[in-house]
Write a protein that binds this ligand. Structure first.
Ligand code: GDD
Ligand code: MN
Length: 374
């Protein structure tokens, strides 16, 4: 531990005008370099940087706090038991008291030298400034593989078409915004996935006065990217969630997709039971149900609730409560479906569908409260 240095204490504290929020996961090697680059780029602005680290095993938070101990402009928020880029950005922005906040990556892919231009645009009346790879003068340079490039473009055109978002680069993870604009919508932002900017734009009640500034996406420095196909799935989920006016949470959509895969597994297991083990229908169906529930539990634990993943004994306990929830869900399903079928005479498809919807909503709501409760 450094002793308290009198000069650090005596230094006149000027409250920052700009907080740069940097989400980190395993970026220990990039943090010191980024602070140097910010220091050079932001001369003349009272800035601070807030690293929001999800307890990286490589000690990123330790590195950031060691710098923080010498330099009051550097802060670090260490989150434990949680993962997620969007959530980290939101918490970082909400921990700021500066009038203006920026978000950028730690891996030096974002060009910090445009930060003063972005800040000037806010001073000139913009509410949101986006570092864009796709306006004239910007480019995704060496930063993206061709598959990622294609994915990024497709995601952009989907957002434009379905969410009526006019930005040239809504997937950008590099932007600056007036903090009051974020505070106003904080509770409706999704903590899952990568698409924080898109979410902010889609969730803002009125159109934010927006300026786009080109930059060239650089190659990642140390470490590796955390964007994977799951992140893409979450993005599609966010799109649907926003289309439904936020009524349908992203997690529920993930839960439904897992459930859909569970139906396939169920049928396959039933086939194996009947043909390989020559069981009666009753026992085959029962075995298939257990297999499918187990499958759903494992997948939901890995994907839908990866930020609250259960391990060890809690995994076993979670599995048992999940069986219980699904059994109750099935009873509810049967009750509603047969009730509709017999009394309202809706016909088997409507009744069956209503039953399935009910049990999906039931299973989702109750397992969130019981199996994966916070
Ligand atoms: N706290 C926290 N928690 N930080 C995270 C997490 C997490 O779960 N996952 C990633 N990060 C941090 C990384 O450490 C990095 O600083 C930043 O978020 C971006 O992560 P990368 O893994 O480098 O993402 P990328 O380069 O593939 O994606 C970037 O470019 C995309 C556009 O192509 C990001 O800026 C995306 O937001 C952007 O859409
Ligand atoms: Mn990156």
């Amino acid at each position: 531990m450094d002793p308290v240095r009198p000069d650090a204490v005596a230094r006149p504290a000027q409250s920052p005008e700009l907080s740069v929020v940097v989400p980190t996961f395993k970026e220990a090697a990039n943090v010191p370099r980024l602070v140097e680059l910010l220091d050079a780029a932001l001369a003349g602005i009272a800035w601070e940087v807030i690293f929001v680290d999800d307890d990286s095993p490589d000690g990123t938070a330790r590195v950031a706090k060691a710098i923080s101990a010498r330099d009051p402009r550097v802060r670090c928020l260490r989150r434990v038991g949680r993962r997620g880029l969007a959530g980290a950005c939101i918490e970082g922005m909400l921990s700021s008291a500066a009038p203006v906040v920026a978000v950028m990556d730690a891996d030096l892919q974002h060009d910090e030298t445009i930060l003063p231009k972005m800040y000037a645009a806010i001073r000139d009346g913009a509410e949101l400034v986006v570092g864009s790879r796709y306006v004239d003068g910007g480019s995704s340079g060496q930063g993206l593989s061709s598959v990622r490039q294609w994915g990024s473009e497709t995601a952009t055109s989907l957002a434009r078409r379905f969410l009526k978002i006019e930005l040239s680069d809504p997937m950008s993870g590099f932007f600056m915004i007036r903090r009051d604009k974020v505070e106003a919508i904080a509770s409706s932002l999704s903590r899952e996935g990568f698409k924080i900017l898109l979410d902010i734009v889609a969730s803002s009640p009125e159109r934010l006065k927006t300026v786009e500034i080109p930059f060239t996406f650089r190659e990642r420095q140390a470490g590796e990217s955390k964007l994977d196909s799951l992140v893409t799935a979450e993005y599609l989920g966010l799109l649907f969630s926003k289309l439904s006016g936020g009524l349908v949470p992203v997690r529920f959509l993930m839960f439904l997709s897992v459930g859909a895969s569970g139906i396939v597994v169920h049928l396959a297991a039933l086939k194996v039971a009947l043909h390989v083990f020559a069981t009666t229908f009753f026992w085959g169906e029962l075995a298939a149900t257990v297999v499918a529930m187990t499958w759903n539990f494992i997948l939901n634990n890995q994907l839908t609730y990866r930020d609250r993943r259960l391990t060890g004994l809690r995994f076993v306990w979670g599995l048992l409560t999940f069986y219980l929830v699904c059994s109750l869900g099935t009873i509810a399903n049967m009750g509603v479906a047969t009730g509709l079928f017999e009394t309202v005479e809706t016909g088997p498809w409507v009744a069956g569908f209503a039953g399935a919807v009910l049990s999906a909503v039931f299973n989702y709501t109750v397992s969130a409260a019981l199996t994966w409760r916070k």
